[in-house]
Design a protein around this ligand. Structure first.
Ligand code: 3HC
Length: 311
């Protein structure tokens, strides 16, 4: 029977159709989907922190309202994705514990500090820009609930990217101090944004299987290249210089050549030794522990309520 189920699973993938929660799936598929979806969710939730600190310090009511909406969106993206992981049998509290204990990862990018308000613009422009580059293909991921979550997330993400670019354009038309602030933030975020796409393909243990199961539609290096090609003209339009002396158009390849990433730094950040890893996790641990009484009260109320209805 399993071979028939296996063949049905493979045919579904082959014909670019969706695997749904109640379909039979190989344990490895379930495992890798829980891994990718829950770490994606963790990234969204941790991603609220760098910008969250700027909500109370935004320079105008308009900027504060935009930032508030964006950070709330990220929380919503996290919740959709935790719900998608739950359709595979994962428990949300368990996933939160794994994030806090370091047993599960979140995107390296959020371990860098947002030092000035220009960082808010650069995060929108480059970090959300990279996230869109990575997430648009995931709208065609083979696991139904994940692909559908991506469709809504990508729509909101494009607002995030546009507000960041518009913020930077405004600052670039401001004083020279504001222009310097934008350039300085770009210098700090460019290379970490390229690392969001993951290790080089030759050093990516999950890519081959994820491509075979159409979880991923492109490899890490393909999407990184697509992001570089997209970002260079945007940097020119802004009037900022990307901090890579090797960046140059290669007419033969039809792509921009760019310098080597600092993979030692990447590995350090993934090992928990980035500039902000400890803060990000401490913040999350406090949120979990300080919120425990709310969860207990809600559970007690639900149990009492259920009794009351004699269920
Ligand atoms: N940060 C942290 N960990 C990373 C990483 C990064 N930038 N890139 C790779 N890794 C981890 C992988 O998770 C894997 O570890 P694991 O096996 O314990 O999960 C290991 O490094 C090897 O990497 P692989 O390339 O083999 O792993 P994947 O095939 O899973 O590729 C990925 C990594 C490209 C991030 C892929 O998981 C993916 O596309 N995930 C969904 C997208 C996502 O998570 N985006 C986060 C962006 S931030 C965000 O969305 C918020 C936005 O609103 C700003």
């Amino acid at each position: 029977a399993t071979t028939e189920l296996q063949r049905h699973f493979e045919r579904t993938i082959e014909h670019d159709q969706r695997i749904e929660p109640r379909d039979w799936m190989p344990e490895g598929y379930r495992k890798t989907m829980i891994r990718q979806i829950s770490q994606h969710a963790h990234s969204e939730i941790i991603g609220m922190q760098p910008e969250g600190h700027w909500i109370t310090r935004a320079p105008s009511l308009r900027r504060k309202a935009i930032l508030l909406a964006k950070v709330q969106d990220e929380a919503g993206h996290g919740l959709y994705l935790y719900s998608a992981a739950e359709t595979l049998g994962a428990e949300r509290t368990d996933l939160t514990d794994r994030l806090i204990s370091g047993a599960q990862k979140y995107s390296s990018i959020f371990n860098y500090p947002a030092l000035t308000f220009a960082d808010v613009g650069v995060i929108g422009w480059l970090v959300d820009g990279a996230a869109i580059c990575n997430q648009v293909p995931l709208c065609r991921s083979s696991y139904g609930p994940y692909a559908r979550a991506m469709i809504r997330i990508c729509k909101e993400e494009s607002f995030h990217q546009r507000q960041g670019f518009e913020l930077l354009l405004t600052m670039m038309r401001g004083t020279s101090a504001q222009r310097d602030m934008v350039q300085e933030a770009t210098n700090r975020w460019w290379w970490p944004a390229l690392m969001m796409f993951g290790p080089p393909d030759a050093d990516s243990p999950n890519t081959a299987q994820s491509m075979a199961w159409k979880v991923k539609r492109h490899t890490n290096d393909e999407l990184r290249q697509r992001f570089v090609d997209m970002s260079v003209p945007q940097a020119d339009a802004l009037g900022v210089t990307l901090p890579d002396p090797w960046l140059a158009w290669n007419a033969e390849r039809g792509h921009y050549d760019f310098g080597e990433l600092d993979w030692a730094e990447f590995k350090q950040v993934l090992a928990g030794n980035g500039p902000c890893n400890a803060d990000r996790i401490a913040h999350r641990r406090a949120a979990r522990d300080n919120g425990a009484w709310v969860r207990e009260a809600a559970a007690a109320y639900a149990a009492k309520h259920a009794e009351g209805q004699g269920r």
